[in-house]
Design a protein around this ligand. Structure first.
Ligand code: GLC
Length: 636
């Protein structure tokens, strides 16, 4: 207690020296019992009640009171700084101090340059935090990452199935546990803010972000989105086992029309949702109501548009509906440089978006331009100080609730749990529950453990492919990119008979026929609009591979690693069994557990499985190959 008392007195003296008193911002009164001199003097032991600390530094006070006290002490520069979110490669820590920056983020793949380890992540975050605490009021930054299927930018973290696979589990309790573990592994590296979960309701699986979402069904998205968010946030955000979740991207990111995107060569991502308000409310809004009711305090705005107007400019949807009608009291963060897309006139873009209700701008590069534009807009009266105060109030509330003023630096207590066997076991269970058995003829599955097995396919032994996008790198990448178990390794670890692998399906060192040929096919990793695809059909070489393996095996099993349903109709008869494995992440053992009967198949389709591309977008008509909710079990 004594140490804290001395620290507080020293801090008060520091605050007194650096802040200019103003009418609305009287300096805190010097604590009685201490003579403020330049020479260090013996500190008179003050009675605790005699040392009035600034209210915002008093954790005993309600958050609202701390926020109001702090707000009243802030200059306009400090307030604008809080609304500024910068990507970590675009700013030096010293500039965080100079410009009172409120947030720093790592974009996809934004690991430390000097080593992708938990310790280096914590040191990197703390370097920015130290700079923030050097500002006159010592307002901590909030550091954010996309931990969308585990702490996926961190090498050797536990990588869970992407949300499409979690949607197939239909198991909210499992997702709550996944959220908890993701929070532990993320916060252990000093990061309290996670840009997850995606609660989009995709209506066209040609979208490159289909796998980031749980389902085409709004109710399922609401249920699972809330469960994951509750796991991430826990009961108390101010603990080392919780992170601030960020349901995203508000609103209708998954409802855009093909060919309406104006970003790069994207076709759906960041496009225009062309529906009436009734459809918007019925299909895309319920997950946000559910998330707000479950305690969301940060929501990310969508790049996309609604009937031609960018979401970041939609005051009706941001301010009137989300903050007004739905009662969202947290803060709205923009997406990556999304405000700039509103208008070629940056001043107009910023004014429009902040006045529409965006509270924090993920700039993320030229923070000085944003700060100067904001100051000019306030001086011109185009953005009111009331709007600024409202945004800063929302941001500070989250920072106080995260406990950042009391514990601003990384708490690495749980660093040893990152990628632990216990965490990986849960991920393995999630993989098993995520698999959907599409076809199982001739009693093929489960496989006898002593079967003679031939494994083929480019993706059978590839942790990068089975993890998909948003893994170590933004777009993900094939290869041995992080610790885990490939599907081949899992088969080899589970089978007791002969197992032979040849990615090209050439039976070079294996006397045919195999009892079972297992072919692992699918999609290479992608993220966002780079995954928008006009054709989801299996390639001719994939079909040929299945056929080739079938010539030398009594039975054939195809395992699909993909971010969405693929068009497999014509190839279906070429194999006895088909398994949708989605993007299972690091724990491929979950696939082998189901193949050999150690775990039943229980997953059911979270998306309709089309028979042809003509059946897209959802509702285009025609009998699907497999309907929403379909899934065989191994006792079928
Ligand atoms: C990306 C994504 C968003 C992500 C953000 C930060 O462009 O749209 O989901 O949270 O930028 O990485």
């Amino acid at each position: 207690m004594y140490k804290r008392m001395v620290l507080l007195i020293v801090l008060l003296t520091a605050v007194a020296c650096q802040q200019q008193p103003t009418a609305t911002n009287p300096l805190p009164t010097a604590p009685t019992g201490v003579v403020p001199t330049s020479e260090p003097t013996a500190v008179v032991e003050p009675t605790p009640s005699a040392v009035p600390i600034p209210a915002y530094l008093n954790p005993e006070l309600p958050t609202a009171a701390r926020v109001e006290d702090l707000l009243g002490r802030m200059t306009l520069e400090e307030k604008i700084g809080q609304m500024t979110l910068v990507e970590k490669n675009s700013i030096q820590p010293t500039a965080v101090t100079t410009y009172y920056i409120g947030g720093i983020l790592s974009g996809g793949g934004g690991y430390p340059h000097d080593g992708n380890t938990p310790e280096r992540w914590a040191a990197m975050v703390d370097s920015y935090q130290e700079a923030a605490l050097a500002t006159p009021l010592g307002i901590p930054i909030i550091y954010g990452v996309d931990a969308v299927h585990g702490h996926n930018n961190l090498k050797n973290a536990t990588i869970f199935p992407h949300n499409i696979g979690l949607g197939a589990t239909r198991n909210p309790e499992l997702l709550r546990q996944i959220g908890q573990i993701t929070a532990v592994e993320t916060r252990a590296t000093g990061i309290p803010w996670n840009y997850a979960p995606v609660i989009a309701v995709p209506q066209d699986i040609r979208w490159g972000r289909t796998y980031e979402a749980f389902s085409e069904n709004s109710d399922l998205v609401s249920e699972l989105g809330v469960a994951l968010m509750q796991g991430l946030q826990g009961e108390d955000l101010a603990t080392s086992t919780a992170v601030l979740a960020t349901p995203k991207h508000y609103i209708g990111d998954g409802g855009t029309a093909w060919g309406t995107s104006t970003t790069e060569d994207y076709r759906l991502d960041q496009g225009d949702m062309q529906v009436d308000e009734a459809t918007l409310r019925a299909l895309h809004l319920p997950p946000y109501q559910a998330a707000i009711d479950a305690g969301a305090q940060s929501i990310m705005v969508s790049f996309s548009s609604w009937n031609g107007t960018k979401m970041h400019a939609q005051k009706f949807l941001l301010h009137d509906v989300l903050k007004g009608e739905l009662g969202f009291t947290g803060f709205l963060v923009s997406d990556w440089q999304a405000i700039d897309q509103i208008s070629p006139n940056y001043y107009n873009a910023v004014v429009t978006s902040i006045n529409a209700g965006v509270d924090m701008n993920m700039v993320p590069y030229d923070y000085l331009r944003f700060i100067n534009t904001m100051r000019t807009a306030v001086e011109n009266g185009d953005i009111t100080t009331a709007r600024i105060d409202d945004a800063v109030r929302r941001i500070l509330t989250a920072k106080f609730d995260l406990g950042l003023f009391e514990n601003p630096y990384a708490d690495t207590t749980n660093i040893g749990l990152i990628g632990s066997a216990e965490h990986r076991a849960l991920a393995q269970e999630a993989v098993s529950q995520s698999l959907v058995l599409l076809q199982n003829e001739n009693g093929t599955l489960p496989l006898p453990k002593d079967a003679r097995i031939f494994v083929a396919g480019p993706f059978a032994d590839d942790i990068g492919v089975q993890s998909g996008g948003w893994t170590i790198e933004w777009q993900g990448k094939p290869g041995n990119i992080t610790e885990g178990t490939t599907i081949l390794e899992a088969i080899e670890a589970t089978a007791v008979g002969e197992v032979q692998f040849n990615r090209f399906g050439r039976f070079e060192n294996f006397d045919p026929p195999a009892d079972v040929g297992i072919v692992v096919l699918g999609e290479l990793p992608y993220a966002e609009g780079h995954g928008d695809a006009a054709d989801l059909s299996l390639s001719a070489s994939d079909v040929e591979l299945i056929r080739r393996v079938g010539e030398h095996a009594d039975k054939v099993v195809v395992i699909l690693l993909s971010g969405r349903p693929l068009i497999i109709t014509d190839a279906l008869p070429l194999a006895d069994a088909w398994v949708a494995a989605w993007l299972p992440g690091s724990e491929g053992q979950g696939v082998a557990d189901n193949l050999f009967g150690n775990h039943p198949f229980t997953g059911t389709l979270p998306y309709t499985w089309p028979a042809s591309m003509a059946q897209l977008p959802l509702g285009a008509g025609g009998e699907p190959l497999f309907p929403f909710g379909y899934g065989l079990t191994t006792d079928n």
